[in-house]
Design a protein around this ligand. Structure first.
Ligand SMILES: [Zn+2]
Length: 81
């Protein structure tokens, strides 16, 4: 099970599941030429999950910056006016 925040620059120990976010990814493992599918759990602590999320890439699970959500300025469609 998860013990630390998945952000390698953070590594905060997991104490409360209600804090932060859990991500589940299906990973493939090679075992004697047979690929085995496993569900792996990753956790981002409360601080990291505000700015980061996790993505499965070819290099494995990596932290990526969340897209900025602008709530203060509504996006105006160029053809709307
Ligand atoms: Zn963290």
């Amino acid at each position: 099970m998860v013990k630390h925040c998945a952000n390698p620059n953070c590594g905060k120990p997991l104490r409360y599941l209600r804090e932060g976010r859990i991500f589940v990814f299906e990973t493939k493992e090679n075992d004697n030429g047979e690929s085995i599918r496993r569900m792996e759990h990753f956790w981002l602590c409360g601080t990291c999950s505000k700015t980061l999320r996790l993505e499965m890439t070819n290099q494995g699970v990596q932290t990526v910056l969340k897209r900025e959500v602008r709530t203060t300025t509504p996006i105006q469609h160029p053809l709307a006016s």
